[in-house]
Design a protein around this ligand. Sequence first.
Ligand SMILES: *Cc1c(COP(=O)(O)O)cnc(C)c1O
Length: 396
Amino acid sequence: MYNNYQNHLTSQLNEIKEAGLYKNERIIISPQGAEIKLNTGQKVLNFCANNYLGLSNNPELIKAAKKSLDDHGYGMSSVRFICGTTDLHKALEKKIADFFGTEDTILYAACFDANGGVFEPLFSSEDAIISDALNHASIIDGVRLCKAQRFRYENADMRDLEIQLQASQGQRFRLIVTDGVFSMDGNVTPLDKIVSLAEKYNAMIMIDESHSAGVVGKTGRGVTELFNLKGKVEIITGTLGKAFGGAIGGFTTGKIEIIEMLRQRSRPYLFSNSIPPMVAAAGIQVIDMMTETNELQDKLHRNAEYFIEKMTRIGFDIKPTKSAICAVMLYDARLSQEFAAKLLKEGIYVIGFYFPVVPKDQARIRVQLSAAHETEHLDKAIKAFDKVGKELGVIK
Ligand SMILES: *Cc1c(COP(=O)(O)O)cnc(C)c1O
């Protein structure tokens, strides 16, 4: 039987390759950071990690994780409600709630699970979920698992959101759900306007702060801080896998009854393993560090401003951004691949994105800034962009 199926898969894989959509993985043999070493021996500057605060290889986090290995062991061998909860898990949940100004938090193995497990236990066919068209795949999957009626509005389009709110007025409870920062453009969701519409139409709000927590807002508390709306949304989800150390782990934080219900009914929480104590310990360390000082967020904000200002000045077309994501627009798919390959030769590691990851003829190179970058790193990247941009006729 496998023969036929093997042929089927092989021909599909070949189609992916022929379309130029086959994903190859580069192998890193150093810790994650501003400068990384590949198994080819090449050392490159990394501008494509979600390592926004530069904490992936932070000595304080490593120390906290090592200490917890000694006093809490390696794994939990259990889901949370059987015997997978330690004092570290509870402490991290409280820290995350304090950080966002919410009431309680529930941890997951990943934000993919947090989003996958948030809708189905809370909403049923009488309810409606109104989702931004560019929301993360895990939100889309989570919504699919839920029986609520689905409505979709164009990315950050408040006219369309209002139309969907009107169209869904017959439903019992309604939830508007949006990413905080959209990963391909780096734009921030217009939360102030969403809150006004939610109040007008009596809807609730969920925001996924995966790309915004630690990044956006003066002290890195995310989009609710940027718009001065802390505590105004019912549900926030986020990841420990990006700015917060970059290991693994996700969370849902918000109203106390919502979190309580998720602990009773959310399937990825009930039927999947507890995060290891070392991840919880390092997570606590991250939040403590961010509570003590704004140094890292300030450096990240300075780096992003510096890079975008210089790149704009030398003639690149940069999407308006309020995050640490900078989309350098090239429009042409092939050009984006050629550009990224040439940058790698110059020692700059970035990725070119094109359809279907971004809309047709909207190919770009996504640069992700980090507090790990020093000015010399940024200058080297800008110089490489300048050189390759001129070679390929993108800038004059
Ligand atoms: C990265 C990301 C996720 C997934 O987070 P993991 O913890 O890696 O599963 C979910 N939502 C958004 C918006 C993301 O950017």
